[in-house]
Write a protein that binds this ligand. Structure first.
Ligand code: TTP
Ligand code: MG
Length: 359
């Protein structure tokens, strides 16, 4: 039996940029972005809706953004401030429900199934939350209201910015039928192209596949796809986020031309990683170490190995392996560990190098 929930997905509009505009009225009505400087090969974290008209978006090189919009104002990020604002928004959420799952600083699922405010109307609750955020925090937030997380998240994007959209239980079937497959969680560019080749564009197309066909084309993900194509998602709102990895990365102002240059950067990165790991309070155990390398041509590779520590020798080995895949100048290096909550460490031991290759 499917559980009926009332889920609200809240997502602030152009979060970092909205905060910067709030705090500096000179920026309102101008095209602004928050990110690194174009001269130092910075990247755009986000931009306001005015800047989006020029085709600027998150993760774009700041230099490209500046080219597309020469009068773009790029503000340096102030993460501490954004974290503080995020906490204030969460305090508002908490007055409606205790079942909150933060996804990032500006995004969270709220399960309001048991909320008694507004006679339990999730639509009115979402309106109230949004009004309160606007009044107290002075930035706008959009919301999606639906019977499950998957649909609530899609819905919050529907009337962005400063809007909300509800998908009632009786509307789910029709809504999902028309949904393009790339809106499904876990369906990225690769799967979308594969589906396109198979003539699958919408969830309705997906529904026509038998379970053995789904299994054949998409392996174990096939079953999930079948459920999603019917609008079914039983995942509960998880109040305690289980972290799966911790990592740090750095984009270099000048490419690192050789392996030796890359190896020289490792101690610094590892120190930053150690600082991040302190915040986990020893609640997690390491089971893998990995390194991420982005070459000057943006081709990216990740190498990982089983390990119970984050030791330097292993990072050197991983770095050497990763670098040898292209032997080209490196623009970004990242170090990380994959972790599991302490009581669940049943990973095999050993240090054999297991290699994975991404795109
Ligand atoms: P998003 O919610 O994805 O974006 P947004 O809030 O800026 O805009 P939207 O109105 O479309 O929701 O991300 C939230 C914040 O996370 C964003 O303000 C900046 C940061 N961020 C990055 O630093 N890098 C990224 O690549 C993305 C996508 C977001
Ligand atoms: Mg947002």
């Amino acid at each position: 039996m499917e559980i009926q929930r009332k889920i609200i997905h809240c997502d602030c509009d152009s979060f970092y940029a909205s905060i910067e505009m709030r705090d500096n009225p000179d920026l309102v009505d101008k095209a602004i972005a928050v990110g690194g400087s174009p001269e130092r090969r910075g990247v755009i974290a986000t931009c306001n809706y005015e800047a989006r008209k020029f085709g600027i978006h998150s993760a774009m090189a700041s230099a490209t953004a500046r080219k597309r919009c020469p009068h773009l104002i790029i503000v340096k990020p102030d993460m501490e401030k954004y974290r503080w604002v995020s906490q204030q928004i969460h305090k508002i959420f908490e007055t409606y429900t205790a079942l909150i799952e933060p996804l990032s600083l500006d995004e969270a699922y709220l399960d309001v199934t048991e909320c008694k405010k507004y006679r339990g109307s999730a639509t009115l609750i979402a309106e109230a939350i949004r009004a309160e955020v606007q009044e107290k925090i002075r930035i706008t937030i959009s919301a999606g209201i639906a019977p499950n997380k998957f649909l609530a998240k899609i819905a919050s994007d529907w009337n962005k910015p400063n809007g909300q959209f509800i998908i009632l239980p009786e509307e789910v079937d029709d809504f999902v039928a028309l949904l393009p497959v790339n809106k499904l969680h876990g369906v990225g560019n690769v799967t979308t192209s594969k589906m396109k080749r198979l003539g699958i564009q919408t969830c309705n197309d997906l529904r026509k596949l038998s379970s053995s066909q789904l299994q054949k084309y998409f392996g174990s993900f096939g079953q999930t796809l079948h459920q999603l194509s019917l609008g079914i998602d039983q995942r509960a709102v998880q109040t305690q986020r289980i972290r799966k990895s911790v990592s740090v990365e750095n984009t270099y102002a000048i490419d690192l031309p050789t392996l030796k240059n890359c190896l020289e950067e490792l101690p610094d990165l590892r120190q930053q990683l150690a600082k991040r790991m302190e915040k986990l309070n020893g609640d997690y155990a390491i089971h893998k170490q990995f390194i991420k390398i982005k070459f000057h041509d943006f081709v990216q590779t990740t190498v990982e190995m089983l390990s119970k520590t984050s030791c330097m020798e292993n990072y050197k080995k991983l770095c050497t392996e990763g670098f040898s895949r292209r032997s080209k100048p490196v623009r970004l290096l990242g170090l990380g560990v994959r972790i599991v909550p302490k009581e669940k460490t049943n990973e095999p031991t050993g240090n054999q190098l297991t290699l994975t290759l991404e795109d």
